[in-house]
Design a protein around this ligand. Structure first.
Ligand code: UD1
Length: 418
């Protein structure tokens, strides 16, 4: 197991690529299960969650080639098995997105229940209720969800909450259902729009993605996929915050300002200069940032996946701010580690109150999930002295060679074996 070692206090400057969005690429890779024709995906990030997904698809019978970096050719014509086992679903909850496609194409799917995770209990009840509305019979036994239906039937689905994963699962399943499906209270994230765009390219009849009502006209079969994954708004946002926390100037190439508007609004209010172009965003932070309170919310609100990173910035800002986490019940695992670095944070249920300080002090820290780990890397960039971030495998799930990218911007950061 490696660790990341950071010598803090270096101002970042320069240009960095956003890369393809992990959370868009994952459902797109699972969507290849819907067709027996060849699927070509470009701009897929080279991160651990993508490798886990490929292993799962191959276990189901898919053949996958990578003709060049970032490009994947997926052939699911020989997929026969329809079981996603515990070993892989346990590693990555998004594996539950095999359920909708397998059920729709083969009439049966057996997928391990994901269980809880570091940020909360994360049930799958909304996914299951939605698929049941399309006529699936669902049984839960021995830790597995067993779903079957001769052919799914279009239906009126009202999601209890705008779950991203449930919207994706039911949207994929409905593309091959008999008749029309209406999804109300759907998630509106850009990753949903990216999936719908790719599915339309395969012949699916989908309208309304990006709004909270999605309409899907089922078809008999879907054709080949040819699609380029959207840029990663969370990775882009993380690098913008890295620039801000070091009082630097960073341009993220490929970042879509329209996907980042809530973060850019907060950064502007904190005193950052923000320059938005069609396919890049740049920030410059010249003064001590001003504290600004935030509450996470479904898109287009402030993303829960940037909450930990913003909190690192608030730790070295001027003033008092509250951070309300409204999406996940237990997503403050980074707080105790930030406190070990000298941060002044008080936790009360879903609210963290952060009093900004002049600086943090480097320390050995560890985190239990992806975004919490990267928040500690950001804190290390701003801290005095050396910070060691342990359990780097969390970071590698969603960030491509983060130490190389931040080094190129002037950070003193390296990966070392433990
Ligand atoms: C996706 C993202 C994740 C992000 C999250 C919220 C991927 C691969 N992951 O996760 O990075 O943090 O959206 O933006 O895209 N819920 C239920 N029942 C369900 C489903 C969800 O109660 O059946 C709850 C969850 O526990 C959570 C909330 O709904 O509290 C939002 O979860 P959801 O939108 O489903 O997140 P994911 O799709 O798992």
């Amino acid at each position: 197991m490696d660790k990341i070692v950071i010598e803090g206090g270096h101002r970042l400057g320069g240009t960095i690529d956003a890369g393809g969005a992990k959370n868009a690429a994952l459902p797109l890779l699972f969507a290849t299960l819907l067709t027996d024709e060849l699927c070509r995906l470009k701009n897929v990030p080279d991160v651990a969650d993508i490798r886990t997904t490929c292993r799962l698809l191959e276990q189901l019978g898919a053949r996958i080639r990578r003709p060049k970096p970032g490009e994947f050719l997926v052939d699911c014509s020989s997929v026969g098995a329809s079981e996603a086992p515990y070993e892989l679903v346990r590693k990555m909850r998004a594996s539950f997105l095999t359920l909708g496609p397998l059920l729709a194409r083969f009439g049966r799917a057996r997928v391990s229940q994901p269980g809880g995770c570091a940020i909360g209990s994360r049930p799958v009840d909304i996914h299951l209720a939605a698929l049941a509305r399309l006529g699936a019979t669902i049984e839960q036994e021995h830790g597995y969800v067993d779903a079957h239906a001769q052919r799914l039937e279009g239906g009126h689905v009202i999601l209890e909450g705008p779950s991203v994963g449930a919207t994706e699962n039911v949207m994929m399943a409905a593309t091959l259902a008999d008749g029309k499906t209406l999804i109300e209270n759907a998630a509106r994230e850009p990753e949903i729009v990216d999936l719908a765009t790719a599915l339309r390219g395969m012949g699916a009849g989908i309208r309304g993605d990006g709004s909270s009502v999605i309409e899907i006209e089922g078809v008999e079969s879907l054709g080949a996929m040819k699609h380029t994954v959207i840029p990663d708004r969370i990775v882009a946002g993380t690098y913008l915050i890295a620039g801000a926390i070091t009082g630097g100037a960073v341009l993220v190439r490929g970042a879509r300002p329209d996907h980042l508007s809530s973060l850019l609004d907060v950064l502007s209010r904190m005193g950052c200069r923000v320059a938005r172009e069609a396919d890049s965003v740049a920030i410059t932070m010249e003064n001590v940032p001003r504290s600004v309170s935030v509450a996470t919310a479904p898109y287009p609100g402030f993303p829960t996946d940037l909450q930990a990173q913003l909190m690192a910035l608030l730790c070295v800002s001027d003033g008092l701010a509250t951070v309300d986490e409204t999406i996940f019940e237990n997503r403050f695992m980074h707080v105790q580690e930030l406190v070990r670095m000298g941060a002044d944070i008080r936790l009360n249920g879903h609210r963290a109150t952060v009093r900004g300080l002049r600086s943090l002090s480097g320390a050995p820290v560890m985190a239990t999930d992806l975004r919490a780990s990267v928040c500690l890397v950001l804190a290390g960039l701003a801290a005095e002295g050396t910070t060691e971030v342990l359990r780097v495998y969390h970071l590698d799930r969603g960030y491509e060679r983060i130490e190389e990218k931040l080094s190129a911007l002037g950070a003193e950061i390296r990966r070392e074996p433990m």
